[in-house]
Design a binder for this molecule. Structure first.
Ligand code: ITT
Length: 197
């Protein structure tokens, strides 16, 4: 079975491919007419609302095309920093594009509490149903940008379940084992294809 991932982020597609391949499922980026469709993300603090809205938009886009009956995956994620009262949270994309990683480090310059959490909500629509799962990963914000792997906030996030390196210093496989997205995608893949008892 093939799953179409409605995302503009190829790093997410690679991470999902890695996880779903273990279930014998392949993941491809959803493309229509040779390009990745643009979604309107509702300004909401509720990740589930954002994910469901993306699924509805994607389903409407594939209607009447050869992809109409394909399974569609969406995922919404963000970085929630304790001392900033969960900022940037649902605004993580915007904040990354505007003030960037150094902007976040500047906001935390005098702050000793570096606790933070990545959260993800993954949802798959297939056969008229939607299955959803959440995942989180706790850690702390580094004092500088370290590492060139991954994407987004990876070079400033040190997961507690790691060995002190940032996610930006980890391989894709290492990150997926403990990451918010790894967990949400693994769970949603199990709901799709429950292990035989
Ligand atoms: P979509 O097209 O799937 O929406 P996106 O990159 O905009 O792709 P999100 O809105 O889910 O994804 O991500 C919100 C922000 O959080 C964005 O700035 C990402 O770079 C960042 N982010 C999400 N997951 C991350 C991860 O695993 N590591 C580092 N940063 C991450």
């Amino acid at each position: 079975m093939e799953i179409l991932f409605a995302t503009g982020n190829m790093n997410k597609v690679s991470e999902a491919s890695e996880i779903f391949s273990k279930k014998g499922l392949s993941v491809l980026q959803l493309e229509l007419g040779g390009s990745t469709p643009e979604f309107i993300e509702p300004q909401s603090e509720d990740m589930e609302e954002i994910a469901v809205s993306k699924i509805e938009q994607a389903r409407a886009m594939v209607e009447g095309t050869p992809l109409e009956h394909s399974a569609i995956l969406v995922e919404d994620s963000g970085l929630f920093i304790d001392s900033l009262r969960n900022f940037p949270g649902p605004y993580s994309s915007y904040v990354e594009r505007t003030i960037g990683l150094t902007g976040i480090l500047n906001l935390l310059k005098e702050e000793e509490n570096r606790e933070a959490e990545f959260r993800a909500l993954a949802a798959i629509s297939f056969d008229g149903k939607i299955v959803k799962a959440v995942g989180s990963c706790r850690g702390k914000i580094a004092y500088s940008v370290i590492g060139e792997s991954g994407f987004g906030y990876d070079p400033i996030f040190i997961p507690y379940e790691g060995d002190g390196r940032t996610c930006g210093e980890m391989s894709r496989v290492e990150k997926s084992q403990i990451s918010h997205r790894g967990r949400a995608l693994k769970e949603v893949s199990e709901l799709l294809n429950p292990p035989s008892k």
